[in-house]
Design a binder for this molecule. Structure first.
Ligand SMILES: [Zn+2]
Length: 324
């Protein structure tokens, strides 16, 4: 599990806007803010995804930055025909429009292959043909081993020479730590708490972790604002960034929306599609979910303008704003 401080909105915002990491600009050369929203086309936009979209858009606007939309369409079995266009149309109706042409992960698989090759070349990726069942059996033989952690079956070579295989990342030994702008310090020991994780699946599809890390770096994303359900994915992504010698963005994980049973809103848990003709109402509800006081705007555009101002006061006080 991820450890970290309880989410608190009392925490001071970052006093610096410079990027940490190996590719960090030298002092006096701040990188311009680039943020993104990355929906999966598994259904229409719902209240939960709107909170993440709005928060990332506001953060980019408040920081004087660029906001991108990237469609994460690399898992065809889960995708719904027409969902991507539907999501983009809804974002458009809500005034949340990408500053650059929308990017599609399905058109970028050669970049993921290139990243995998680099990891293979440095001995950081290895094939694993173990099925779920084989892994469960291996874990059962080691009662002291946490159930969800890869038992390291193939670290020194595939256990079987036949059958499809996945590629796993040899995770760095030690704790990955980062400072979330809202949750504070988050730490996870990758090899003990996660184990070598899959970066290309046995079915040949690219794993989310690899695609997201490669794309964020290539698009120059400096700031990731997304739902807190992804907080415990972040150490894995930072581990991958380090293995590929890519910079680590700043992170802000915002509250997720849950239904009356406490489940994260999703198509599976019965989330309703947003009503395009009620952009103002839907945006107001997303804003309230972010814990911010009502804006009492009469129109969508007035709402968005006021929201940017308040977001700037909350997260980007004047002294930290980058010049445009
Ligand atoms: Zn294996």
């Amino acid at each position: 599990m991820v450890s970290g401080n309880l989410p608190s909105d009392k925490q001071e915002p970052n006093s610096s806007v410079r990027i940490a990491g190996s590719n960090a600009p030298t002092k006096g050369e701040p990188r311009t803010y680039v943020g993104r929203f990355a929906p999966s086309p598994t259904g229409p936009l719902h209240a939960g995804s709107l909170v993440a979209a709005l928060a990332s858009w506001l953060d980019a606007r408040a920081a004087g930055g660029t906001w991108l939309v990237r469609v994460e369409d690399i898992d065809p079995p889960r995708e719904i025909r027409g969902a991507a266009d539907d999501i983009l149309k809804t974002l458009d109706c809500f005034g949340l429009v990408s500053d650059r042409p929308v990017d599609w992960q399905s058109r970028r698989t050669d970049r993921y292959a290139e990243a995998l090759n680099r990891l293979r070349g440095t001995g950081l990726a290895y094939p694993c043909s173990c099925s779920r069942r084989a892994l469960a059996a291996a874990a059962a033989r080691r009662p002291d081993w946490p159930v969800d952690v890869y038992p390291g079956t193939c670290t020194t070579g595939p256990s079987r020479s036949r059958g499809p295989f996945a590629w796993r990342l040899r995770v760095p030994n030690g704790t990955v730590e980062f400072e979330d702008r809202r949750a504070g310090r988050v730490a996870q020991h990758l090899s003990r708490e996660v184990g070598d994780f899959v970066i290309r699946r046995r079915d040949g599809l690219w794993a989310y972790q690899l695609a997201v890390v490669v794309d964020d770096a290539e698009q120059g994303v400096t700031d990731i604002v997304r739902g807190a359900d992804l907080l415990d994915n972040t150490p894995r992504q930072i581990g991958l960034q380090r293995s590929l010698r890519l910079p680590t963005p700043r992170y802000l994980h915002v509250p997720i929306v849950v239904n009356e049973r406490g489940e994260k809103l999703s198509k599976q848990t019965g989330a309703r599609a947003l009503v395009r003709t009620d952009a103002l109402g839907e945006l107001e509800r997303a804003w309230a979910h972010l814990g911010l006081a009502p804006l009492r705007a009469d129109t969508r555009d007035v709402f968005l303008r006021r929201a940017i101002e308040l977001w700037r006061e909350r997260w980007w006080p004047a002294h930290t704003i980058l010049p445009p």
